[in-house]
Design a protein around this ligand. Structure first.
Ligand SMILES: Nc1ncnc2c1ncn2[C@@H]1O[C@H](COP(=O)(O)OP(=O)(O)OP(=O)(O)O)[C@@H](O)[C@H]1O
Length: 263
């Protein structure tokens, strides 16, 4: 399987996930194999309900697989860890804490002093252009600003792997485009290993080095497409022939899966 040539960071080994429901057993994931390489940006697309979030939760240690396992740097995942930062679609900020205190929260848990946590939090708020809002409360921010805080908070604790579950899904198109651009630039600087779920094929291409296409439920890896578009990337990249070709290819595969469920 192609990668970026770096060591394997996250090894997903034949992961099966079954849920017990009122209607009986439901197979959400049916043997997912995937290697995510160090510093790689992986995007994941697939029809609704194919198990994308379940897979992310298993990598994050929030769910346990029924069969198979996930290892990070060769160590089995057996619960949540600050080494794996998660950004959800709904901002998940603490409403009773100011922006800076939200970002400092994880740093304090890591045992950093108040001064050090403050210094790091300011650095990451600057990265997402929110320094002027450090003392505001989440309710005083727009959706896009809240999501920037969530991203700053995830980056600040310096996790080995960033797991993002449709982080821009609830945003308007303009804010979404802006945050995509910021994320591309941040990734180019920091090269953090990222696993990013989206429903938006354009987003999957502009952000990812590889795009994983999942099959309809029960989810498996249907295909992995190398996004062979050079960096730096920006919104103009979306108009290039190669981008449009990849969009067509990925979209038609996702659509096939969508149709297979509707039949
Ligand atoms: N805790 C749970 N108990 C029972 N079923 C669950 C549970 N969590 C997820 N499922 C089911 O597992 C399947 C996969 O869900 P999941 O949320 O992982 O899919 P998804 O691909 O992320 O969907 P979407 O794109 O709509 O967000 C769905 O059919 C869902 O109803």
């Amino acid at each position: 399987m192609a990668g970026n040539g770096s060591a394997v960071k996250v090894h997903i080994d034949h992961v099966v996930k079954k849920f017990q429901t009122r209607k009986g057993e439901m197979v959400a994931l049916n043997g997912v194999d995937l290697d995510i390489h160090e510093n790689e940006f992986i995007t994941v697309v697939g029809p609704s309900g194919c198990g994308k979030s379940t897979l992310l939760n298993i990598i994050g240690g929030l769910e346990t697989p029924t069969e198979g396992q996930v290892t990070v740097d060769g160590k089995p995942v057996d619960g949540p860890s600050p080494e794996r930062g998660i950004v959800f679609q709904q901002y998940a900020l603490f409403p009773w804490l100011t922006v800076i205190k939200n970002v400092m929260f994880g740093l304090k848990l890591q045992g950093k002093s108040k001064e050090e946590a403050e210094e790091i939090a300011h650095r990451y708020l600057k990265m997402v252009d929110l320094e002027d809002f450090a003392n505001h409360y989440p309710k005083e921010l727009s959706g896009g600003m809240k999501q920037r805080v969530a991203i700053a908070r995830a980056y600040a604790t310096n996790p080995q792997v960033l797991l993002m579950d449709e982080p821009f899904g609830a945003l308007d198109a303009q804010t979404r485009t802006q945050l995509q651009q910021e994320l591309i630039e941040t990734w180019e600087k920091e090269r953090k290993t990222c696993f990013f779920i989206t429903h938006d094929v354009e987003e999957a291409i502009i952000l990812g080095q590889r795009c994983v296409i999942m099959s309809a439920r029960p989810g498996r890896v249907k295909d992995i497409i190398d996004i062979d578009i050079p960096y730096p990337r920006d919104q103009a990249t979306k108009m290039t022939p190669r981008f449009l070709e990849l969009k067509n290819e990925i979209w038609s595969q996702v659509y096939q899966e969508y149709l297979s469920v509707r039949k």
